[in-house]
Design a protein around this ligand. Sequence first.
Ligand code: ADP
Length: 200
Amino acid sequence: MRIVLLGPPGAGKGTQAARVACRFDAPHVATGDIFRANVAEGTELGRAAQEYMDRGDLVPDDVVIAMVMERLAERDCQSGFVLDGFPRTVNQAEALDRQLVKLGTPLEAALSFDVTEEELLRRLAGRAAAQHRADDAEQTIRHRLEVFAIKTRPLIDYYRHRRLLTMVDGVGRVDEVTLRILGGLPSANGGRDPALALVG
Ligand code: ADP
């Protein structure tokens, strides 16, 4: 399964991406995690990304696109992947399409998480307290939500036009949201009850 997850910060993409990846036995490729690991290791990529991340801005497209294309070329991504946090701009989505068309392995689904802004702010404030992520400070959170609205939200229409979009209600218990997702992906459970897909 080749799938991308879209949604504002705090929508639960990371949590659900890990579960969907596990279900499909596919790698979970999370650009935010890759950047944070590079920042922690002090790599050149980490140094290039850090100032943008700390401000809550997007890392420039050329940096992100090169990084993701390299990751998708690795062997474990050949039979599928769950992309979490990429694409975040139309430019990134077009680069991904071009690459996948070239490989003859087009994207199969784009999941978009729907969560009210009030709930997002509540969750992000909780995460800031629990994880001390620099970009979860309140002002930065508001900025990240704006960046999402301007740069990333247009991707919902982008994937709708390509008939790849599935909207997911992201409010509810983690397990409930996972069931909604798997229930909405036709090949997730081989036609079985989606509840079984989680345990089977
Ligand atoms: P979020 O909680 O906002 O979903 P992530 O962990 O996915 O956060 O990403 C953290 C930060 O990493 C972003 O705010 C951004 O600076 C950078 N980043 C991650 N993915 C991308 C991308 N596709 N394009 C540009 N910047 C990105």
